[in-house]
Design a protein around this ligand. Sequence first.
Ligand SMILES: [Zn+2]
Length: 118
Amino acid sequence: MNNRKNEARIERMQQRLEAGSVAKRFPDVAEIVINMTYNQRGIKAILRTFNFFPGSYAFFRVDCLSKDCVDGGFDLTQVITTMIRNRRAEAKGELSCEGNDPSANPSAIVYEVAIQYT
Ligand SMILES: [Zn+2]
């Protein structure tokens, strides 16, 4: 179990490196802010904020916080690339965890993305 989780983490680090920088992939983006509320039954909602700058990796997948969840996470890549393509400044939505949580207590997020363009 722990091994599996470690492997998943290493894989994500690799994916992040391969994603390249925001400046390279999206040269007209000045800043991306992701605000999300992480919800899971039995715990208090957790607010999380992520900031991306031109020097950041263009990797928009956020890990699931459930300790039993393997390969879990929330991938905002699609949301963000679509926003940039349409030069949208704001988007809101919900995502469910992609992982397999053996506790049968899947988590979900409510997100708000704000993008500033150069
Ligand atoms: Zn999960």
